[in-house]
Design a binder for this molecule. Structure first.
Ligand code: ATP
Length: 514
């Protein structure tokens, strides 16, 4: 198999530091490659200004009616319809996270996307403008940022994280019959633990610097990461047993076709679990392409590789587990119980692949910073990890929904194994020559295709479009490209979209013959 290096990302760390709204980085133009230069001073000033503005904004925290029992301390996150704050209960002093959901925007968005053929209703008078969700506070924040910080995780730390995520999924799938449907590093939050520097420093296998992960303490954690929990159930749904009208997972005697259906729905989370594990172990996502169309195709066909040299030192057992999780056929994909039976999870078994440190040294010599081999087709750093994982999950959710619709249409009958073809539903022609310059983004396609399906799908589509701010970026970039007459979706890197690919400063090889 010939590896085709698709693109290289140089000095990703600097890219993340330097990028600001006015300093977007594309790699199409050499002069924009973000090396430290005299521009750095300007960038530092700009960054300092942005940080100061953000601080000031945070100091002006709103007073929400009905939330008098809590004192808001800090804004921790915001979404399309909500803000999340760190707060204290003024009576008990307990620290919590409060998600404030703006009802009106949520309703308006649903109106717009659910019933586009209907005339917009007159604005209703909303007496209670917000929903409040008081949540357990996980001070560490998103796991995503820890992967960026550490570049990639050791197998031990990856296992520590993924087992906890899987325990959460097992509870959801087996005990309450809920499918999360949006498992990704930004929806995994953690409790920080004290960092203990490594007693014996680990050798740097690659040319990029990796921050010390520190000592791992079994049962506690490592790299500053302790307990990990799943957040954001915005896309989750209950998988009902239609015969007993109870959530599935609670009933033992279920007809095979219903079990199959449940398994199908739950398999979306198992796919995502595989993507998260892959990403933690190497620092870049399993499916990646500059073009959303090509990325969608790769996800649907399950085209990924254990890219050398980054995967050479990772155990065969971990690779075997990932292979079973990233099975395109949902019927063959591991269930949560199979996950826990796998030796990598059960026994913590790690057999290092036969990787020669000499070969890595040779690789490193060939790829010293500033001397990274580049091909003519080197283009922008492409879509971010967040976007890549969003597309990966969306493709499978979409397939799950459409399989249900097909079933309803044909009056039963199962999903044919491996019959994944989201492009037909998406009306996407995979021949790139036929790609229209002003084609809609995947998010827009999802919205238009699902607009009148059901509330869950529509809600999901709205999130794709606006909730994550990611697809909005895609749309903008696509419009920009159309002016330039390019057929590629190029994206710009900025701090908000810190990319793991950047940290690995790396090439993603085009999987060949998978
Ligand atoms: N329980 C929590 N503890 C600590 N931080 C949290 C908690 N819940 C959410 N956050 C922070 O707030 C951010 C946004 O939360 P969440 O993922 O629930 O909203 P969203 O999906 O971005 O928004 P929306 O639901 O409006 O689309 C998280 O990424 C995280 O940084």
């Amino acid at each position: 198999m010939i590896e085709q290096f698709k693109h290289f990302i140089r000095h990703g760390k600097q890219a993340n530091k330097n990028s600001t709204a006015q300093n977007n980085i594309t790699f199409e133009n050499e002069s924009k490659v973000p090396y430290y230069t005299e521009e750095k001073v300007d960038n530092d000033t700009a960054v300092a200004r942005i940080v100061a503005e953000e601080r000031e904004q945070r100091s002006k925290l709103p007073n929400y009616p009905g939330l008098e029992r809590y004192r808001l301390l800090q804004k921790m996150g915001d979404g399309a319809f909500s803000n999340v704050y760190k707060a204290t209960n003024v009576v008990t002093n307990e620290k919590v996270a409060i998600k404030v959901v703006r009802k009106r925007e949520l309703n308006n968005a649903q109106e717009r996307h659910l019933h586009r053929d209907m005339k917009p209703r007159a604005t209703e008078v909303v007496f209670h403008d917000y929903y409040y969700l008081v949540l357990e506070l996980l001070e560490g924040g998103e796991l995503f940022h820890q992967i960026v910080r550490l570049t990639y995780f050791s197998e031990q730390l990856s296992r520590h994280v993924i087992v906890q995520v899987a325990e959460g999924i097992r509870y959801l799938h087996e005990e309450v019959g809920v499918v999360h449907r949006d498992i990704k590093p930004e929806n995994l939050l953690f409790e920080p633990i004290p960092f203990i520097p490594s007693k014996v420093p680990k050798p740097n296998l690659f040319d990029e610097p990796k921050e010390d992960e520190g000592e791992f303490i079994p049962g506690v954690g490592g790299g500053g990461i302790g307990k990990v929990k799943i957040a954001d159930f915005g896309l989750s749904k209950v998988v009902w047993n239609e015969q007993t009208m109870t959530p599935c997972g609670t009933v033992g005697y279920t007809a095979p076709e219903i079990v199959k259906d449940e398994r199908y729905s739950k398999s979306v989370d198992m796919w995502a679990l595989g993507c998260v594990l892959y990403t933690m172990l190497c620092g870049f996502p399993p499916f990646y392409d500059e073009s959303i169309r090509d990325l969608t195709e790769k996800v649907a066909k399950g085209q990924y590789t254990f890219l050398s040299p980054w995967w050479d030192s990772i155990s065969d057992s971990a690779k075997d587990l990932i292979t079973h999780l990233l099975s395109v056929d949902p019927n063959k994909r591991y269930t949560i119980n199979q996950f826990f039976e796998h030796p990598w999870v059960k026994d913590g078994f790690e057999v290092k692949s036969a990787v020669s440190f000499d070969s890595l040294a040779i690789y490193n010599t060939l790829n010293t910073p500033g001397d990274v081999p580049r091909r003519k087709d080197v283009i922008s750093p492409g879509i971010t990890l967040r976007e890549a994982l969003d597309v990966s999950c969306a493709v499978h959710r979409l397939e799950e929904e459409s399989s249900k619709r097909r079933k309803i249409k044909i009056g039963g009958g199962g999903q044919k194994a491996g019959a994944l073809n989201p492009f037909k539903k998406l009306n996407i022609n995979l021949n790139e020559d036929d790609v229209s310059d002003d084609e809609p983004s995947l998010g827009e396609v999802l919205i238009s295709n699902n607009a009148s399906v059901n509330p869950i799908t529509a809600n999901e589509s709205i999130k794709m479009k606006t909730g994550t701010r990611k697809v909005a970026g895609i749309t903008t970039a696509s419009a920009k490209n159309s002016k330039e007459g390019s057929k590629r979706f190029n994206f710009e890197l900025n701090m908000d979209k810190a990319t793991l690919l950047g940290r690995r400063r790396k090439a993603i090889a085009e999987p060949v013959g998978v």
